[in-house]
Design a protein around this ligand. Structure first.
Ligand SMILES: C[S@@+](CC[C@H](N)C(=O)[O-])C[C@H]1O[C@@H](n2cnc3c(N)ncnc32)[C@H](O)[C@@H]1O
Length: 338
């Protein structure tokens, strides 16, 4: 074997090895489950597999041994082909880089919070958890009760895939929960009973809580996204409450107007108006959202950061300034909105 990938003339690169799908994906049980995803899930639900594929293929940075299984062949192959094309074209941004930065940002914030004195044993709620496997991969969750909320069919399929892994000797070692407990709560967060369902499942309203809303808000209609944020903000009056969430700005929603709905150009203004006294906003490429992936000053994200946030079109070429904001907001009973 030479050091060239002859098909594409790409040099071999340990960062991007050839795609090798795990044997487990080809067992009958797992094939059947992934066929259900293809045949029965809508694009909203399938987005859970796309993000898992991103974590699986950026494995040189993200340790998520269950991501291949949870993503499935279709989404792994499709993202792999995009990455290959980007490499052939020497693209400044390789497909999935936003997802990699986003995952690492949420990981680092969850870890920092759980290592802090106040949030040491906080419960952690993942709204729109999809194929997230943090309850199996983050050791910092060892003292936390974790809740994953998503549609019933998403949670059922996830449980079936994990069950298949449990029954296979190869994957068994990855299936130990690192969280103190993990509870799956089937609910639609557009309905008004999701909080009640969470409480019936063991969520304690008065206990310090980290709410993780990763890749979920922009799929919701405006009124529902605002309502969910308000419900979480109300918890600031009861206990120490932290929200970690990503927000699209308006131009980003034009990437797929049929799928993306909610946006905020100024989440740092919106969240205080909903009841969070403290808000810290980061953009991809900022010091806490960099992870060694943003060295090139001509990178799309660095170019965006050099423009005022109010600018909605690139001055050079008129293309929309699509931004993803990573936001940490918090509040406690003894704090008031300044
Ligand atoms: C892009 S995925 C993100 C999954 C996960 N947070 C991650 O980052 O990998 C969006 C997830 O939100 C879930 N979702 C979307 N709308 C929802 C709703 N109204 N209620 C519950 N879950 C929802 C979808 O089923 C999907 O699993």
């Amino acid at each position: 074997m030479s050091d060239q990938d002859h098909e594409n003339g790409l040099p071999e690169d340990p960062t991007w090895p050839e795609l090798k799908l795990p044997d487990l994906l080809f067992t009958n049980a797992v094939r059947e489950v992934h066929a259900t995803i293809e045949n029965e899930w809508d694009p909203l639900q399938r987005s859970a597999c796309q993000t898992a594929a991103g974590r699986a293929l950026w494995k040189h940075l993200i340790h998520d041994p269950l991501a291949d299984l949870l993503a499935g062949e279709t989404y792994l192959t499709s993202l792999y082909e995009k990455i290959k094309k980007d490499r052939i074209n020497n693209a400044r941004e390789v497909s999935g880089v936003i997802l990699a930065v986003r995952t690492l940002w949420f990981d680092s914030k969850i870890e920092a919070l759980l290592n802090s004195f106040t949030m040491k044993e906080a419960q952690v709620v993942f709204l729109g958890a999809g194929m997230d496997a943090r309850a199996y991969r983050l050791n910092c969750l060892k003292d936390s009760n974790v809740f994953e909320v998503d549609f019933p069919k998403v949670l059922q399929v996830k449980a079936s895939l994990l069950q298949a892994a449990m029954e296979s000797k190869d994957e068994h070692q990855h299936l130990k929960e690192t969280a103190k407990s993990l509870t799956r709560v089937a609910a639609d967060i557009r309905e008004n009973d999701w909080l009640e369902k969470l409480q019936i499942s063991g969520f304690m309203p008065e206990k310090n809580t980290i709410w993780v809303l990763e890749g979920i808000l922009y799929y919701l209609p405006h009124s529902h996204a605002t309502q969910v944020l308000k419900i979480i903000a109300e918890k600031c009056a009861l206990t120490h409450t932290v929200l970690l969430a990503d927000f699209m700005n308006k131009p980003s929603t034009t990437l797929s107007e049929s799928i993306f709905h909610f946006y905020s150009d100024w989440p740092d203004h919106l969240l205080p108006s909903l009841g969070f006294p403290h808000v810290k906003l980061s953009q991809i490429g900022d010091p806490d959202a960099h992870f060694g992936l943003m060295h090139d000053p001509q990178n799309l994200f660095n170019k965006l950061r050099s423009l005022p946030r109010s600018v909605q079109q690139h001055p050079d070429d008129g293309t929309p300034c699509c931004r993803l904001y990573l936001v940490q907001a918090s509040g406690s009973p003894n704090q008031t909105i300044p």
